[in-house]
Structure formats: structure tokens, C-alpha cells
Ligand binder design. Structure first.
Ligand SMILES: *[C@@H]1O[C@H](CO)[C@@H](O)[C@H](O)[C@H]1NC(C)=O
Ligand SMILES: *[C@@H]1O[C@H](CO)[C@@H](O)[C@H](O)[C@H]1NC(C)=O
Ligand SMILES: *[C@@H]1O[C@H](CO)[C@@H](O)[C@H](O)[C@H]1NC(C)=O
Length: 296
């Protein structure tokens, strides 16, 4: 028995040493190719073109967009982290396609890259995207999006770290736009329509084991009375705004997303992450964000 297990261990070791399918060095260089400035700029344009409506519909329909690597790691300021190709296809492309929901999410149109720098496999850009917000009287507003991206050798995004610049000001502008003379009425109108929309989506898609609320009333009361509306930095916390973002994803995979609009927040909309944790989190592992020296 003992002999047998020793033999199989050494056998396994022999196989491991004899047939290295991909060495760790290859993996690393595939993850950190030296793509050069021009190609990184061109890839950046390709991304924004696919993000733009209606091109994003096609990307969302692909379910697993090849813009992203299978193991892509994403982070969006003021929300949460998103891992893997399918989830990111939903959050980056599906989220911004037209929906029936009353939502703070808009529809992206033309873009302009206004700041850009790139090195090796890392691209940093600041881009102004013109959005239309269907739930806010179709107002058209520019949104400034700062992106850090890493690309792998297959020209897929392996990591993104994204900040919506001046997001709090954008949110305020949207909500006040509903009733410019009365900020309180504006906010109440926005809250009521968002809560009603989330509950309607729940009724349509979250049945059986995916059920989060026993009734429309329970849903509406929870959303309007038991939790915060949320400030602009609370889109990944126990707030109405967080559930408003996740609502749009439910139609893609109710089993994955229904819990995000429920009472627990399903690991996406809760208050479990402190400010310090957020700042000091070591999240990205696919590729360094500081370009390493090219060996000579
Ligand atoms: C998308 O990718 C996931 C994870 O690799 C896989 O389980 C799923 O079947 C894929 N879906 C489609 C439609 O290709
Ligand atoms: C917004 O525009 C769409 C067409 O793109 C239209 O169907 C809808 O009625 C408009 N909504 C408002 C509030 O103007
Ligand atoms: C929800 O209802 C649909 C349609 O009746 C059904 O196919 C699905 O299995 C149900 N989901 C759950 C989790 O019960």
C-alpha cells in the first residue's frame, strides 16, 4: 500500500517533469506581451467601438465575448470586482444595451479618447463617451471613463481597472434633471421608479429557488424603506442604486443575478467591504500593472 502510493507519486512527478505543456515562463510572456504603442491604441479603439450601441448588442449576444480573456479580472470603481469572460460580457456589454428597466444606466454612443499612454501590454486612457439615458427623459450627457487595461498575447483584455470620473456629479445631474426646480421631488420620483422596476423584474424572472421576496409589497417596502438609496460610491453596497445596476443583468442569468437584487445582496450589494479593505485590496494577478524591464 505504502509502496504503491510512493510509486504513483514518483510516477506523477516524472510525468510532470517530462512533459511541461507550457512552462511558467511561457505563461508569463503570453500574459505580458510587448505589443507596442500603436497596437495598444488600435486595440483601445476596437474596444470602444464594440462598447458603442448597437455594436454592444452583438457582443452581449455572443455570451462569451472574445474581447476578454477567459480569466479576465475586472474592477469598476464604486461597484465590485467581476471575474471571468461570461460575467464580464454581461457587465460590460449586456448592461449598456436597451432595457425596459428604469435605470441610471445609459446607452453609449460616440466616444473620443482624450488621453492615452501605453507601454508593453498596458494601456491607460481617458475617454469621453456620449451617453443617452432613457430613464431620464433621454438626456444626452458625456461621461468620462478612465481605464487601465492589460492585454495578453491573444489580444484579449486580461485585466481592467475602470473609474467613472465625476460620477457623483453625473448622478446628481441625472436625478435633478427629472425636476430641476425640486431636488426632493426629483429624488423621490427616481427612487420610486427604480424600486418599482426592480420589483417588476423580480416578478418576471426570479421564481422558484431564485425568489428573493414573497410579494411585490415586501419587495417595494424593503427597497424604499429598509435600505439606503445610496451615494455615488455605493454601487457595490447595500443600496437601492446597487440593486438598480444588477437588475439589468437578471434577464441573462436569473440564477446568478437574482440574489443581487434580494435582501442579502448576493455578495454584490452588501456592506462587507470597508474603505480600507477597498483601498488596500490586492486583486489583480494576471499581469503586473507596472511594466517590467524587457530582458536584453
Ligand atoms: C461561456 O463560458 C462559460 C465558461 O467557460 C461556459 O461554461 C459556457 O458554456 C459558455 N457559454 C457559451 C454560450 O459559449
Ligand atoms: C426616448 O427615446 C425613445 C426612442 O429612442 C422613445 O421611444 C422614448 O419614448 C423616449 N422617451 C422619452 C421619455 O422621451
Ligand atoms: C422559473 O420559471 C420558468 C418558466 O416557468 C422555469 O422554466 C424555471 O425553471 C423556473 N426557475 C426556477 C428556479 O424555478
Amino acid at each position: 500500500m505504502k509502496l504503491l502510493s510512493l510509486t504513483s507519486v514518483s510516477c506523477a512527478l516524472a510525468i510532470a517533469t517530462a512533459t511541461p505543456l507550457v512552462s511558467s515562463r511561457d505563461v508569463k510572456s503570453a500574459q505580458t506581451p510587448n505589443l507596442g504603442y500603436d497596437e495598444l491604441l488600435s486595440l483601445q479603439h476596437q474596444f470602444w467601438n464594440k462598447f458603442k450601441y448597437p455594436n454592444n448588442i452583438k457582443e452581449a449576444e455572443s455570451i462569451n465575448s472574445t474581447v476578454f480573456s477567459e480569466d479576465v479580472q475586472g474592477r469598476v470603481s464604486d461597484t465590485r470586482n467581476f471575474v471571468g469572460r461570461e460575467l464580464n460580457t454581461e457587465y460590460i456589454f449586456g448592461l449598456f444595451t436597451p432595457s425596459d428597466s428604469a435605470s441610471i444606466i445609459g446607452r453609449p454612443g460616440d466616444y473620443e479618447i482624450v488621453q492615452f499612454v501605453a507601454n508593453k501590454n498596458i494601456a491607460v486612457a481617458s475617454t469621453t463617451v456620449q451617453f443617452i439615458f432613457p430613464s431620464f427623459n433621454n438626456i444626452s450627457l458625456p461621461v468620462r471613463i478612465d481605464t487601465w487595461l492589460t492585454w495578453n498575447a491573444a489580444r484579449e483584455i486580461s485585466q481592467y481597472d475602470v473609474t467613472f470620473r465625476w460620477f457623483g456629479y453625473l448622478l446628481k445631474t441625472l436625478i435633478l434633471g427629472l425636476n430641476p426646480d425640486d431636488p426632493v421631488k426629483s429624488q423621490t420620483a427616481a427612487v420610486n421608479s427604480m424600486a418599482a422596476s426592480i420589483c417588476a423584474t423580480h416578478t418576471t424572472y426570479c421564481n422558484g429557488t431564485n425568489t428573493q421576496y414573497e410579494s411585490q409589497d415586501e419587495c417595494y417596502n424593503f427597497l424604499t424603506q429598509d435600505i439606503r438609496v445610496g451615494q455615488s460610491f455605493e454601487l457595490g453596497m447595500n443600496t437601492l442604486l446597487c440593486r438598480n445596476v444588477h437588475e439589468i443583468m437578471i434577464k441573462y442569468r436569473p440564477d446568478v443575478h437574482c440574489s443581487h437584487i434580494g435582501k442579502t445582496g448576493g455578495g454584490m450589494c452588501d456592506d462587507s467591504i470597508s474603505y480600507e479593505t477597498k483601498v488596500q485590496e490586492q486583486y489583480f494577478t494576471n499581469s503586473p500593472w507596472i511594466p517590467t524591464q524587457t530582458a536584453v
